[in-house]
Write a protein that binds this ligand. Sequence first.
Ligand code: NMX
Ligand code: MLT
Length: 436
Amino acid sequence: MTSLKEVLGQQIPAARTRVKDLLKQHENTEIENVKVGQIFGGMRGISCLICDTSSVPPDKGLIIRGYPVAELAYRLPEEILWLLLTGTLPNKDQIENLRADLARRAAVPDYVWNVLDAMPANAHPMTLFSAGVLCLQGESVFKDRYEKGLRKEDFWDPTLEDALNIIARVPVIAAGIYRKKFNKGPRIAPDASLDWGTNYARMLGINDPKGEFAKLIRMYLVLHCDHENGNVSAMATYTVNSALSDLYYSFSAGLDGLAGPLHGLANQECLMWVLNLMKQFNGAPSKEQVANFAKETLAAGKVIPGYGHGVLRVTDPRFTCFHDFGQKHCPEDPVFKTVATVFDVLPDILKTINKIKDPWPNVDAASGSLLYHYGLTEAVYYTVLFGVSRALGVCSQAVLARALAMPISRPKSVTTDWIEKRVACGISGRQVPPAP
Ligand code: NMX
Ligand code: MLT
């Protein structure tokens, strides 16, 4: 079978049976206790979501369907999309089928450009990106078929259609935003003979005589594709989609979450922090200068972007892939060298601050220096690249969630009053009050 839809159609019945059997036997089996600190602490560490596309063990980092991400870094994003959805890597015919399918779906209607052209000059590229995706919502196949009457077991099929249409179009929208926002000249039309990542690199219009920039972009698109579904962009997409809002609404919401400085915007912030550091010391700084600059940032009560993580407790393997790429292709670039010096110095400083649980670099710490090296110097654009890649993961997650008929997300909340009473009962042995 060469078509993604056929392969999924064959797999889904078994996936449904698996969950049905699990629930039949274990619906009331307890697997987790919740602490007060977790309720007030961003739900950190509570296992309460299902995500089969990827997992993030704190001591290993991203694993996609059983493959450590470093083993996948130089594969095509199309291969990763297939892997995310089906759990296996595609063969040559399947890759070509998916590549050609995405190429056929890539046309972006003019009204999207008209909307983006009407946005104010100070609109952030992520605002333009989220708006560009949202204004396509009227094209949702899911919405259309749902309105006509769609059975629950068929929800996944039009969700896959929306997913593929969105994934096909986001590089075109994203590249158009880059060309417009930074006055790079007219948009460059997609080339239907190229793969998804190479096409995106080409549409950005960066001079790339050796093809190294395209190689970096393909790797970038693989490394950022998925990271379980508890991260802000994935959870936002998942939650909105659980209301059966179609994927255009859902992914646009996910992008809005990605635009926060504690999440995807950190790649922009990180490069800016590194450039400011270099400005202060007129070029690549010494270890001592990096240490002093970092301490000043911390003393000012700011976070150091690109370091720390909600789940990871080791150097992010995605950072290592970027770092290795830089060591190989541009070891003498002053911005990359500065990023490498920061990596040498910063973890030891962060380790001295007790409250910081993860002193290691995350995915955002090195990527900007490489983009900068190849001439993509506009840091405010970097999160858009992250968003293009993240479409692969969150759209795959939505297709699988609809295939398993996951219900609307609706956890219970409690009041501070109730928590005070509840903990008092624990101490006194009084009867636990019902949740509010
Ligand atoms: N620089 C300074 N302070 C930090 C850092 C850092 N890089 N990382 C954590 N802290 C602080 C954090 O602000 C918190 O302080 P307070 O209690 O005063 O509010 C304290 O350390 C405990 O935080 P953690 O439990 O270690 O981290 P948490 O899980 O709450 O947050 C991040 C995780 C990623 C939001 C946090 O590490 C951070 O803000 N990092 C810098 C921003 C960044 O790189 N974000 C990108 C993450 C990856 N991505 O792309 O999404
Ligand atoms: C991500 O890739 O989404 C980030 O590393 C953030 C996270 O996992 O929480």
